[in-house]
Design a protein around this ligand. Sequence first.
Ligand SMILES: Cc1cc2nc3c(=O)[nH]c(=O)nc-3n(C[C@H](O)[C@H](O)[C@H](O)COP(=O)(O)OP(=O)(O)OC[C@H]3O[C@@H](n4cnc5c(N)ncnc54)[C@H](O)[C@@H]3O)c2cc1C
Length: 319
Amino acid sequence: MAGVYVVAEHRDGAFRKVTLEAASAAKKIADELGSEVTAVVLASGMADACAELGKYGVSKVLYADDAAFAQYTTDAYANALAELLKDADVVVFGASMQGKDLAGRLAAKLDTSVAVDCTALAVEGGKVKATRPIYAGKVYADIVINAKPQMVTLRPNVFDVVEVGGQAAVETISATAGEVKTKVVDVVKDAGGKIDLTEALVIISGGRGMKDGANFEILETLAGQLNGAVGASRSAVDAGWRPHRDQVGQTGKVVTPNLYIACGISGAIQHLAGMGSSKVIVAINKDADAPIFQKADFCVVADLFDVVPAFTEEVKKLG
Ligand SMILES: Cc1cc2nc3c(=O)[nH]c(=O)nc-3n(C[C@H](O)[C@H](O)[C@H](O)COP(=O)(O)OP(=O)(O)OC[C@H]3O[C@@H](n4cnc5c(N)ncnc54)[C@H](O)[C@@H]3O)c2cc1C
């Protein structure tokens, strides 16, 4: 069926924040197109949660409950969605690992294109115009896909979650997983229940200036106070101080927190590519000429080993 669709992503029986952002952005687009938002939920045992998507602008949920969809696999999801969304006008995903993986595969199956990692959406001439950063964030490109469905993935934490109230109508459907060539044998969760970097609203990152892996403890303490996550530059990862999953940048994760504090990071273009669209950037660096200061909103020219503990103490006092 024609219309604007959101492919919902879930984990442990709950919808992920990227899905709520995608639903809110899709609602805005649908209003301008004179259409409505339908969410597709491929899952197992999530019937009750589906109606809640109405809060975020979804009018209707197509819910397929099948054990084959309990764990994400590219094959099962892409096969089912290719059948369900072949007549859609617009399909919106979160640009999470899953969204990026799935959108590309689905676009190929539906013989269309996908604009990835978008930071803005608009409607022009009855079509969706997507804006996305290119050349490591130095330039923004406007993209209009001249095929149907127009497909976009949205960079996490860029689009607001907007509650418009109401419950969505839930229609239970059957969807076919088709031939699935992969099997999920285990899901390994990050130890300690840490906040996912791509979803964190506050990130404190350390670079080569941290001097040693053990010194990241001061960043962990500050992150604990601010309910944030700890990231790292590639130099810190290459030195073995942090695992690769913590790397922010062109060959790491793209993050968009409300607050990004860069400690002992010079601000190479490849690092900026991962954090340049953070809402507020604070840089702490001994070198007043460090390139990170050209990107930062607040520049602290000082030794991080003086500033970070003192700042943490002040945050603690605020309770
Ligand atoms: C293809 C490619 C992909 C890459 N991908 C990534 C990527 O995804 N992410 C990434 O980060 N990099 C990436 N890089 C590497 C990137 O080019 C830089 O080498 C790297 O980001 C530098 O890390 P850094 O800022 O921690 O280290 P440095 O550039 O060495 O900077 C360390 C900074 O710490 C400051 N400092 C030192 N001591 C203190 C102190 N006590 N207090 C305060 N400041 C102090 C110094 O003044 C300096 O500015 C990539 C490179 C290539 C070629």
